[in-house]
Design a protein around this ligand. Structure first.
Ligand code: ARG
Length: 596
């Protein structure tokens, strides 16, 4: 369906043109004075300048030309020359009925030319436990992926594990200290390596932090880890076997953690998957004269004349021959070009990696590793802070494990849900159901709390606020959905069938009209959220929609409505509201329970 704004603009434009004015003046926007009108057009003001006359003269003419138009309930010319528009209730009901018939899409058309888009998100490092720093990448990335899919694009999510860097060398060295007898360290060994990993997940979770701490005080130890990293990268068999074990032990745990977040990836590739692309890439960069030696390292210049700040060269190989984060990212671009020829690659990391991606993108562009029409996009997100405004930590100041964070929110949510049930005397809800519900709502609290902020900004993780049933929160949105579900259930148990295809009647109250007006913005909102990679716009929309629904609900006797046709129309409107809310939370990456 065409967006409402375009439909209105088209009508207004027609009248501008009929009166001899430029079509561009017909542009309509949402009203910034909702107390006066629903939409407005300021084109007469601009047209007056061109035609050297008083703006209201033009506005009057346009209003006159729109007077009989059935799209509008009222068209007013207001001095000095604004056009204030209100939609005809019948017209609005017709549009919203069209959305309802368009099941699952609600008037939002899929892209005519679907793009292939890779979303590189999550980005956990094997051997290190998932911590809250990786949370935003997962939450925002998952939503970006789902928004793209909703819009009809082919979107591939890749977790891009960190598995080629120093943390590998650290684990190898620490393991060697503890168990030098292991066959992985015997350079002359030529047989097969054991299938059983030499560590459990719990051991691994202890090995890495221990090694990392040692490397900070013990220079020789750190040196050994750096060497082990290069040896692993260059193919030392025993070390590659350890890498294999690391992945085998870490990945199932990561999967489980992401599952709890309702986050899933199509590809479980890592930095290490790009290894075979590195030698030929390096050769190409050298042969084509892009890469040169500087202070022992192989680099490509990426600065540009217009740079306001210094952009250092992109390092391709370190002086010891080790590949770096930029090396695997470039080689991964080569791999992705070869395997998918994507129209776009989107990366999600925190702001500290801004420079890294500037360098990598410029290098990939300049050297032709990325096709000229492949967009490379870095979505930067801010920090999740604690109430003290500093990066979120555990109570004793450590890095918060993701699992710990989740169980804290779950517990808080369970408490709130039980309180709520006691209040409403819903005694039939079992502990299991309460726990299941708490998990669903907790995830909404967490994800909505994150996604409702513009990604680039820092935000404060405030468990009390996020889990509240009131205000701009995930639980409030779910509460609204659950409220609608319960009304629909009552309607059905009263013996009526849900009006699946019936058209909606014209709104009979201001609050009903407001609800329809908000609904009618769905398609434009979704397109915009996709264009701007902006899940927060979906959050803002559903918050407004939930408010509009609750306004209508509090003012309207829905089930007690005596006129059956009116009642059925209300129910139809509720169904659409629920379906739109659920479609939105689905692209945000969470769901609603049956009751709460
Ligand atoms: N593993 C990285 C980190 O923990 C994030 C990876 C982001 N993706 C990428 N292609 N560089 O910081």
């Amino acid at each position: 369906m065409e967006t409402m704004m375009n439909l209105i603009t088209a009508e207004v434009t027609k009248v501008f043109v009929e009166n001899g004015y430029d079509a561009g003046y017909g542009k309509v926007t949402l009203s910034n004075r909702p107390d006066l009108c629903e939409f407005q057009c300021n084109g007469a003001m601009a047209a007056a300048k061109e035609h050297k006359c008083a703006p209201f003269v033009i506005a009057d003419k346009i209003a006159e030309g729109l007077k009989e138009n059935p799209m509008f309930e009222s068209v007013e010319s207001v001095k000095p020359g604004f056009l204030n528009l209100k939609l005809a209730p019948e017209y609005l009901a017709g549009y919203v009925s069209g959305m309802k018939k368009d099941a699952g899409r609600f008037g939002c058309e899929k892209a005519k030319n679907p793009k292939t888009i890779i979303v590189d998100y999550g980005g956990p490092n094997v051997a290190k436990p998932l911590h809250v720093g990786h949370l935003r990448s997962a939450i925002i990335g998952e939503s970006i992926k789902r928004i793209g899919r909703f819009m009809g694009h082919k979107v591939i999510g890749d977790v891009h594990l960190g598995d080629w860097g120093l943390q590998m060398g650290l684990v190898i060295v620490e393991l060697k200290e503890r168990r030098p007898e292991l066959v992985y360290f015997d350079e002359n060994y030529e047989g097969d390596y054991p299938k059983e990993p030499p560590f459990t997940l719990a051991e691994l979770e202890e090995i890495y932090p221990a090694a990392s701490a040692k490397s900070k005080t013990d220079e020789a130890y750190k040196q050994a880890a750096l060497e082990a990293t290069v040896e692993m990268q260059q193919g030392r068999r025993g070390y590659r076997a350890i890498l294999g074990h690391l992945l085998a032990v870490s990945v199932p745990d990561l999967k489980r953690n992401y599952e709890n977040l309702n986050v899933s990836f199509d590809l479980w590739k890592g930095e290490s998957d790009a290894r075979d692309y590195i030698p030929s890439m390096v050769q190409k960069l050298k042969d084509e004269g892009y890469a040169y030696m500087s202070e022992g390292a192989l680099v490509v210049d990426v600065k540009e004349e217009t740079d306001a700040k210094e952009i250092p060269p992109c390092i391709i190989l370190k002086s010891d021959g080790a590949s770096l984060y930029s090396t695997t990212d470039l080689a991964t671009i080569v791999m992705r070009m070869e395997e998918y020829l994507p129209d776009r690659i989107i990366y999600l990391t925190d702001a500290r990696q801004g420079m890294h991606f500037i360098q990598v993108f410029r290098c990939a562009r300049k050297t032709g590793l990325a096709a000229p029409d492949t967009d490379l996009v870095h979505i930067i997100f801010g920090t999740m802070n604690g109430k003290d405004g500093k990066p979120f930590k555990t109570r004793d100041g450590g890095v918060m494990r993701l699992e710990a964070l989740l169980s804290e929110i779950n517990a808080e949510m369970l408490k709130k849900i039980k309180d709520n049930q006691n209040e409403k005397a819903q005694l039939d809800i079992s502990d299991e159901e309460a726990e299941e519900t708490a998990k669903i709502v907790a995830l909404a609290a967490l994800k909505y709390g994150d996604l409702s902020n513009q990604a680039g900004k820092d935000y404060i993780f405030d468990i009390d606020r996020f889990t509240s049933f009131e205000g701009n929160t995930g639980p409030y949105i779910l509460y609204t959905i659950v409220r609608i579900k319960s009304i629909l259930n009552k309607y059905v148990s009263g013996g009526d069938d849900l009006p699946e295809n019936a058209a909606l009647l014209a709104p009979r109250s201001v609050s009903e009209k407001e609800l329809m007006l908000v609904l009618s913005r769905f398609n434009a909102m979704m397109e915009n959220a996709y264009e701007e990679n902006a899940p927060h716009k979906i959050c803002a929309f559903i918050y407004e929609l939930a408010n509009a629904f609750n306004g209508f609900y509090h003012e309207t006797k829905i089930l007690a409505e005596p006129d059956e046709a009116v009642k059925a129309s209300y129910i139809g409107l509720l169904m659409l509201t629920k379906d739109v809310l659920e479609a939105c939370i689905d692209v945000l990456g969470f769901s609603a329970p049956e009751r709460m």
